[in-house]
Ligand binder design. Structure first.
Ligand SMILES: Cc1ncc(COP(=O)(O)O)c(C=O)c1O
Length: 368
């Protein structure tokens, strides 16, 4: 990977890139909570009260009452029996998988799953295979060949960040034999999809009985850190068995304080969620109306179809000319060729959205 240019944030929706201010339609701070004064205040209060760092694992002397408070709030928000916070979102599925090592005979990973799940799968101590992206029938076909005694685990993102689609969790649960479970990396879905933003499980209308949900606090919640939402027994198993939990320093208390404030904001954010949906609807409707072929997905991500190198370069130039940072990303198996991926926020103004729409509509009309 070549290291991308560094961007400086100039306000909620602008960055300094290529030496000048540009409108920003990227990143995963969907509600701009990372710049919310209430979160910053909560962070300062926790810093003053608890210091920057507990400087020890929770398995030794690094446990702290703020972690219990945050876990209680997270479990309450997501409607899970228990939550366990982790230092970051990447480690959440890794910790869950470490605690489940040896319990399965087959691990099935969506071919476009995030790297965190690929690494988590290795911890399960069983053969790991990929299945076709989003493809319940492919998964069913593969599982049907494994015999009756097989014990399966499926690993998938909840909402996929390359296009905002949500994994068909309901179908996966139907396919899985009774003892099979799904490990969902809901880093992008949490706080975003589902009628009240509880993530891909809510979106799919499935219960938690055979699902372990992993989330990050670094995207929609605007803070940092990760968490596993699961049964109390599963939480206990991670605490006992997972080296990524026992061997790491937990989230700094100021970030835990900010995360508590983020959850409070999230609970009262029906208006922001509505604005997010309206903004996405506006962009999608105008672009599809202008002939862009976009996939219909529930997430706030507008991904343009893959285009040739010269076309992509031309669009980058046009976007820059319109004062928009060109979010052309090559990231993960799903975006290996590179694609423009615009992330819409609840805080984008009508004017900013219209500027993006105008640039893309004009590009499309000149190209056709
Ligand atoms: C799907 C997915 N899982 C996990 C992570 C890692 O989360 P964190 O950045 O909190 O470590 C990311 C972050 O980019 C992600 O997109």
């Amino acid at each position: 990977m070549t290291e991308p240019e560094s961007l400086q944030f100039l306000g909620v929706n602008q960055v300094r890139g290529r030496g000048r201010p540009l409108l920003y339609f990227s990143g995963c701070d969907y509600y701009r909570f990372a710049r919310d004064p209430a979160l910053a205040r909560a962070m300062r209060v926790s810093l003053a009260e608890h210091g920057l760092n507990v400087a020890a694992s929770r398995a030794t002397t690094g446990n702290h009452k703020i972690y219990g408070q945050l876990e209680k709030e997270l479990a309450g928000f997501f409607g899970a029996e228990a939550a366990l916070i982790m230092p970051d979102g990447y480690l959440a599925p890794v910790a869950a998988a470490q605690s489940l090592a040896g319990e399965f005979t087959h691990a099935w990973v969506d071919e476009f799953a995030h790297g965190a799940l690929a690494d988590a799968a290795r911890m399960l101590e069983c053969p790991v295979k990929q299945f076709k992206h989003h493809h319940a029938a492919d998964l069913a076909r593969r599982i049907s060949k494994c015999g009756r005694t097989a014990r399966h685990i499926v690993l998938t993102d909840g909402m996929f960040s390359h296009d905002g689609s949500v994994a068909p969790l309901r179908d996966y649960l139907k396919i899985l034999p009774a003892r099979g479970i799904v490990l969902v990396d809901d880093a992008h879905g949490a706080g975003v999809v589902g009628a009240t933003g509880r993530g891909s499980l809510e979106h799919e209308g499935v219960g938690r009985e055979r699902i372990v949900q992993c989330v990050t606090l670094s995207k929609a919640f605007g803070v940092y850190g990760g968490a596993v939402l699961a049964s109390r027994a599963q939480r206990d198993r991670i605490v006992e068995r997972s080296r990524s939990f026992t061997g790491t320093t937990p989230l700094p208390p100021p970030l835990a304080g900010a995360a508590l404030a983020a959850l409070k904001q999230m609970r009262g954010s029906a208006a922001r969620r509505k604005a997010l949906l309206q903004n996405v609807f506006l962009v999608r409707t105008k672009l599809t109306g202008a002939g862009w072929a976009l996939s219909e997905t529930p997430g706030p991500i507008v991904r343009l179809p893959v285009m040739s190198g010269p076309e992509a370069n031309l669009l980058k130039k046009r976007l820059l000319a319109a004062g928009i940072y060109p979010p052309f990303l090559r990231y993960g198996a799903a975006s290996a060729q590179g694609a423009f991926r615009f992330v819409i926020s609840s805080e984008h103004t009508r004017r900013q959205l219209k500027c993006l729409i105008a640039a893309l509509v004009s590009f499309k009309s000149r190209r056709d």
